[in-house]
Every structure is written in structure tokens, then in C-alpha cells.
Unconditional design. Structure first.
Length: 189
């Protein structure tokens, strides 16, 4: 029972963050739609075609595949600070899965997150809880990293692509929590 409650306490902030991000994105989209309706019609500038490496998205086997492309904006100092806390390398997940998280050498602060059937070009996003969050807004992918585990979700598809992913640092934290669990908020003293 304590494990269930502890899991819920860890998962609740993550769910709140994802729901607030979805609501914020929807609000921005509505504001943009209203602004474009009110603005006078203007000629659109021609869009330069990008190469195969910068393809927007393709679907392969049900998972989105996004090729890394040039970054559209420089990151703020807060976002760069988040990027420094990201665990990099091949990260083992449950059921024998893995996720590779590597810095994009062409774009400081950006990351290439890939695994079996997916590849995302992600940018760090500052959160109020201190959770490390990487997003690929075009594909709807989110990488969440807390002290003892990480997960990769596809918000557009409404599915978790990888769960219980742990870098060596996260494995140490998870082991410390197993050996010395934090006190439950529901236990009376």
C-alpha cells in the first residue's frame, strides 16, 4: 500500500505538468488563431524547402520518427540550465527497451532522443517543479526525468513509449529509496 501511495505521489506532479502543458499549448493555439483572423491578409513569404534530414515527421510502425533539423530559436539561460541536468547516453528501460539521449552537437541545448521505432529532436523546457522536461512539440513527444526514473511519452498518440528508464545516477537514487523509503504522508506518528 505504501508503495502504491508513493508511486501516486511521484506520478501526480508529472500528470499535472503534462496536463498544464497541453492546456497552455491549446491556449496559445487559440490566441494565434484569433490573432490571424483579426490581422489583415498579408502575402506569405515562400518557405524554403528542407532536405531529407530535416523532414518534419513520418510514421513508421505506429511511432513517430522525426529527423533532427536546424533549431529555430536560441535557448534562454534557464533552458540551457535544464539541458545541463539531462542524463545522456543509452538509458535502459523496462521490458528490455532502451532510449538514447544525446546532445545535438549542431544546436547547443537541444537533444536527439531515439530508440526502437522513434527519433525526436527535443528542446528543454523549464518546469515549476524542477523536473527535467524535454519536448518535441511537432511530434508531441515529451521526455520526463525525475530523480529515480525517466519516461518518454507521445502526447498526440496518448501513449507511453518508454517507462522505468534509469541512468546509472537514477539507479543509485532508486536503490537508496528502496533501502530507506521516505516516510509516508498517511502514516500517523
Amino acid at each position: 500500500m505504501k508503495t502504491l501511495i508513493a508511486t501516486l505521489m511521484i506520478a501526480a506532479p508529472l500528470l499535472a505538468i503534462s496536463h498544464s502543458a497541453v492546456a497552455e499549448t491549446a491556449t496559445k493555439a487559440k490566441a494565434k488563431a484569433v490573432a490571424t483572423k483579426k490581422a489583415p491578409a498579408a502575402k506569405k513569404a515562400p518557405v524554403a524547402k528542407k532536405g531529407k534530414a530535416a523532414a518534419a515527421a513520418a510514421v513508421a510502425g505506429g511511432a513517430a520518427v522525426v529527423a533532427a533539423g536546424p533549431a529555430s530559436a536560441a535557448l534562454s539561460t534557464e533552458d540551457l540550465a535544464v539541458a545541463e541536468r539531462v542524463h545522456k547516453g543509452r538509458i535502459a528501460c523496462e521490458l528490455g527497451a532502451f532510449v538514447n539521449v544525446n546532445a545535438d552537437t549542431a544546436n547547443p541545448g537541444y537533444f536527439i532522443v531515439d530508440g526502437r521505432g522513434f527519433k525526436y529532436h527535443m528542446v528543454p523546457v523549464k518546469t515549476s517543479t524542477g523536473t527535467v522536461r524535454l519536448e518535441d512539440k511537432a511530434a508531441g513527444a515529451v521526455w520526463l526525468q525525475i530523480a529515480n526514473k525517466s519516461m518518454l511519452m507521445n502526447q498526440k498518440a496518448g501513449q507511453r513509449l518508454a517507462d522505468e528508464c534509469m541512468s546509472p545516477e537514477q539507479q543509485q537514487v532508486a536503490e537508496a529509496i528502496r533501502k530507506n523509503p521516505p516516510p509516508s504522508l498517511l502514516d500517523n506518528k
